[in-house]
Ligand binder design. Structure first.
Ligand code: HEM
Length: 434
């Protein structure tokens, strides 16, 4: 399959390659010219940050200082081949596999940013418990109206780059499908000790959702604006509405420098979102009725700059429900997303997808990784977003109707993980030394 005869734009070829994945996807999809493309910037293992989740300083920002997450991303859910606690040899193999990526790529959007995170099921392999300051529950349903499948694989690898070819090459290095990565020898693939249970792919950034809107869940007529980084047609992740990397970092104990990561997969059904709603109604449901009244959101919302301004409307949530019969998603979620000093608690890093996990269909979905110091903070925000109290305030707002964006999004998967600091990233014990 040589897709590079000029009939398909190069960008599309690479996106197809990321979505297809698997053995040799890159080689299969790229022509000779692409295989001889410019190499990615190479890495200096000594220059990698101590925190695996330290991505913000290494990727692009927009003119307002908002982080622009890398355009192409892959999540690999893996399980150790052997039962019981991993051995020193297993640990060496994982460290060797990850070190290959460190040598091969610069830490950044032109190279690669990555992390590995471990589940409660993984830590249950050991007799020792995690330190007391670390709470890593098993994933659970967080509302009466969702029934997700839980991801309880041992670990999830997250690879991200603005270059689709880099993400794919890095993945193939981990899975043993290539001998070199960006010129670096791949001595030990990760799959020497683990098996990939589930592979999920995605993209984010202006233009990409518009190009990929031919998917189930998006109505006809190409409604997704070219300028939108997400399928729902608005920007998200303003600097002022995101936790800092420092804030979400575990500060003490053997896992100091780590964080917790909740990863959900959410199916989107945007028929009524686009066909039945005006731009103002979409602003009301995604931000708040106050945003619409004050005319705060133009187009996809770039004019908001570095802050969604939602704090102005958080205390109005119940009054808005009674007066307007609708409440906003951001407004509801923000109610639980501030600590007592007003700091934002979650660092959301969501990206779009057309994966339909377990089938070949193209469906609009969202991979939603969220970083926070304690998983309980995510759970509290998600419950605030459910708005059970809002449904009690007025019959106009129901579980899934007029209740932010709950009419359009359906959680299908959820997993809870711990992202250890880099020094303990290879199959850590619950209480590693040093
Ligand atoms: C398709 C799904 C979703 C879309 C398109 C979406 C989009 C947005 C947008 C546009 C905003 C306002 C701008 C911003 O601050 O980023 C926002 C805010 C927010 N969303 Fe979502 N969101 C989605 C799902 C979720 C889920 C599942 C959660 C889970 C907890 C969540 C939590 C939040 C939080 C915490 C805020 C920030 C509110 C604050 O300022 O504190 N979102 N979202």
């Amino acid at each position: 399959m040589d897709l590079t005869d000029g009939s398909v734009p190069r960008r599309d070829v690479l996106k197809t390659a990321v979505a297809l994945g698997g053995a040799g996807a890159l080689a299969a999809c790229l022509g000779e010219a692409d295989r001889n493309r410019e190499p990615a910037p190479t890495g200096d293992p000594g220059a990698k940050p101590a925190r695996q989740h330290a991505w913000n300083d290494a990727v692009r920002t927009d003119e307002h200082g908002n982080t622009l997450l890398p355009n192409h991303q892959v999540l690999l859910y893996v399980t150790l081949d052997e039962d019981g606690p991993p051995t020193t040899e297993d640990r060496r193999a994982v460290e060797a596999a990850l070190s290959t990526l460190d040598r091969a790529y610069e830490w950044g959007n032109e190279g690669l940013v990555h992390s590995v995170a471990y589940s409660r099921a993984y830590f249950d392999r050991f007799e020792t418990a995690l330190p007391d300051n670390l709470e890593l529950p098993r994933p659970r349903a967080l509302s009466a109206f969702e029934d997700p499948t839980f991801d309880t694989q041992d670990a999830v690898l997250h690879l991200a780059s603005d270059r689709a070819d880099v993400v794919l090459e890095a993945e193939e290095a981990l899975t043993g499908d290539r001998q070199t990565a960006n010129g670096e020898e791949v001595a030990t693939p990760l799959t020497e000790v683990v098996t990939v249970d589930s592979r999920r792919t995605g993209f984010v950034g202006a233009g990409l959702p518009a190009e990929r809107q031919d998917a189930a869940g998006i109505p006809d007529g190409e409604p997704v604006p070219e300028a939108s980084p997400l399928f729902m047609g608005f920007e998200a992740g303003f600097r002022g509405n995101q936790a800092t990397e420092d804030y979400v970092t575990v500060e003490t104990g053997p896992m100091a420098g780590g964080t917790t990561k909740v990863v959900s997969n959410i199916r989107q059904r945007l028929g009524d979102w686009y066909d039945e709603q005006t731009h103002d109604q979409r602003v009301t449901e995604l931000f708040s009725p106050g945003h619409t009244e004050a005319g705060l959101v133009e187009g996809v919302g770039s004019n908001l700059g570095a802050n969604s301004e939602v704090d102005r409307f958080v205390d109005d949530t119940l009054a808005d429900a009674r007066e307007h019969g609708r409440v906003g998603h951001a407004q509801k979620a923000a109610r639980a997303n501030r600590d007592s000093e007003g700091n934002v608690r979650l660092l959301r890093r969501h990206f779009e997808s057309t994966d339909d996990i377990g089938s070949d269909q193209q469906v609009a979905s969202l991979h939603f990784p969220s970083l926070q110091r304690h998983v309980g903070e995510f759970e509290a925000v998600r419950r605030a977003m459910n708005g059970a109290d809002v449904t009690e305030a007025t019959p106009a707002v129901r579980q899934r109707v007029n209740n932010g964006i709950l009419e359009y999004i359906f959680v299908r998967r959820r997993g809870y993980f711990l992202v250890p600091p880099r020094r303990h990233r290879a199959l850590p014990r619950p209480r590693p030394e040093g």
